[in-house]
Design a protein around this ligand. Structure first.
Ligand code: ASP
Length: 341
């Protein structure tokens, strides 16, 4: 029997056409896609496709759409061997991260892909991305288990763990990086899968979570920042966790005023999650006085998590439990390979 793969089209450049009047790109409907890549019908796969009711530029992505995607995957989970999510690249790293948390004990691949040029254009990167993503979603081991039971992103020859990715280039075909975790597969003449980097097959049944809490704030430090207005805004608007983008290995100013502002957040039961502004490396608050002060106050470490994973993990954890100590512990635990234990 041919492996069965479900394509879920959410929107993005891969399926866009030019609005001749405005001169901008806008999403079009899925049936145009299979017409543009007839070779996917010759891949030896049984491919089914569906699209969101409203296909969107991924700049319009919301937690509600992530929950919708989980519902679609849950409804089709038993009937398919793998899933390919066609998605705009702008927020693909966020969506792949969110789905990685929402899909617990995932035993099948969920491969996000998209493109920098629309499918219909002669130089498009969409065809190769789509075809290889489909192939990856169908890969099995000798026991018939999916080879890559993870939420991942395939873009320009490389497969990455979704919650480790970051879109770093808006013009190159090679748009994504995974600075703190190696690629899961490289696609050349053959698809070379880095088996030792891949999460093991789960031993329990999948759990499809459907709760996210978006009371998450984000604050990027810069020299001279006055935290007071932000603290006021976070408290007044009911923010429950702030992702604090610090310098280097998790450092911030040691000035009293700054530390008092952080203390006010913590006193108000707001979790402060320390993530570094550096793309590569991890938070180590014990290294410098400037970080140690934060740790002593109760700021918790995001280790080597990406910003995209930090934000979506926070939404997931806040949605999963109201208990403060559980939230603190889950945020510091590797749930889906998003941090290095
Ligand atoms: N703006 C587009 C989107 O994210 C860009 C892309 O598809 O890559 O939907």
């Amino acid at each position: 029997m041919n492996p069965k793969v479900l394509i879920i089209y959410t929107g993005g450049t891969i399926g866009m056409i030019r609005d001749e009047k405005k001169g901008t790109l806008k999403p079009f409907r899925l049936n145009r896609m299979t017409k543009s890549v007839p070779s996917i019908l010759e891949m030896g796969l049984e491919i089914h496709a569906l699209e969101l009711e409203e296909v969107i530029d991924s700049s319009n992505m919301t937690p509600e759409v992530w929950i919708e995607l989980v519902g679609i995957i849950e409804d089709h989970y038993d009937a398919f061997d793998g899933f390919v999510v066609l998605h705009g690249s702008d927020t693909m790293a966020h969506s792949a991260s969110a789905l990685s948390f929402l899909l617990e004990n995932l035993g099948k691949p969920v491969v996000f892909t998209g493109s920098q040029l629309p499918l219909g254009l002669p130089r498009t990167d969409a065809r190769e991305n789509l075809i290889t993503a489909l192939e990856i979603a169908a890969l099995k081991d000798e026991n018939g288990n999916s080879l890559i039971p993870e939420v991942c992103i395939y873009f320009e020859d490389r497969l990455y763990r979704g919650n480790r990715t970051h879109k770093f280039n808006s013009e190159n075909f090679d748009a994504f990086i995974s600075p703190n975790y190696p690629a899961l597969a490289d696609s050349g003449v053959k698809i070379e899968v880095a088996l030792k980097e891949i999460l093991p097959q789960p031993t329990s049944k999948p759990k499809f979570h459907n709760r996210l809490n978006s009371n998450v704030g984000m604050l990027r430090l810069f020299p001279g920042i006055d935290l007071n207005p932000y603290v006021k805004m976070f408290i007044e608007s009911g923010i429950e966790l702030v992702v604090l983008e610090t310098y280097g290995s998790g450092n911030g100013p040691t000035k009293k005023g700054f530390l008092n502002s952080i203390a006010t957040l913590i006193k108000n039961n707001i979790i402060v999650y320390n993530v570094t502004q550096c793309r590569q490396g991890h938070v180590d608050m014990g290294k410098y006085e400037a970080g140690a002060e934060l740790a002593a106050m109760g700021v918790i470490s995001g280790n080597d998590i990406s910003l995209e994973a930090a934000i979506t993990k926070a939404m997931f954890v806040l949605g999963s439990t109201e208990i403060h100590t559980e939230r603190l512990s889950l945020m510091q635990t590797a749930l889906r390979g998003e941090i290095t234990p």
